[in-house]
Design a protein around this ligand. Structure first.
Ligand code: ZN
Length: 138
C-alpha cells in the first residue's frame, strides 16, 4: 500500500495554512469542501505524501468534535488502494472493524472508508481509491 496523505485537524485555515506553507515551502494547491462530512480540506504536496488539513464547517461534524475534545492535531493516515471493496473484505476477514463498511465519496475525487481506531491502537486509518482509476464509482 502507498501512503497517500496524512490528515491533520485544525481550528481554522486562516491560521493553519500559512504555517504549513512556511514549513513546507509550498503553497496549498487545493481547497475542497466535502459536503457529506461537513468539512473543508486543504491539500499540500510533499515529495512522497500529501498533507490534508481539515476544518469543520459547523460544530457537529467529526472534525469539530475532535478539535473540541482533543485540540488540533494528527487526525488520520490514509493509504491508497487499487480496490477499496476488496480491501474492506480482506481486512474484515482478518478481524478489523470499520467505521463505514460501504465506501463513501471523499475529497480529491476518491472513494474512502475508515478503519475504527479501536482496531488500530487508537489510530484512525483511511483507505482511498482514486475514482479515475475505478470501474464502479459511487
Ligand atoms: Zn483523509
Amino acid at each position: 500500500m502507498k501512503l497517500d496523505h496524512i490528515g491533520i485537524a485544525v481550528e481554522n485555515f486562516e491560521k493553519a495554512i500559512p504555517v504549513f506553507e512556511l514549513l513546507l515551502n509550498a503553497n496549498c494547491y487545493k481547497k475542497e469542501v466535502v459536503e457529506s462530512e461537513q468539512v473543508e480540506t486543504a491539500f499540500f504536496k510533499t515529495e512522497n505524501c500529501k498533507i490534508e488539513l481539515l476544518q469543520g464547517l459547523n460544530q457537529t461534524n467529526a472534525i469539530s468534535k475532535f478539535v473540541n475534545k482533543k485540540g488540533p492535531g494528527l487526525h488520520h493516515i490514509a493509504f491508497e488502494v487499487d480496490n477499496i471493496e476488496e480491501k474492506i473484505t480482506e481486512l474484515q476477514n482478518k478481524g478489523f472493524e470499520f467505521v463505514n463498511n460501504v465506501p463513501k465519496l471523499g475529497a480529491d475525487n476518491k472513494k474512502i472508508c475508515f478503519l475504527h481506531p479501536k482496531s488500530m491502537h487508537g489510530v484512525l486509518v483511511e483507505f482511498c481509491q482514486d475514482l479515475n482509476k475505478c470501474n464502479n464509482p459511487i
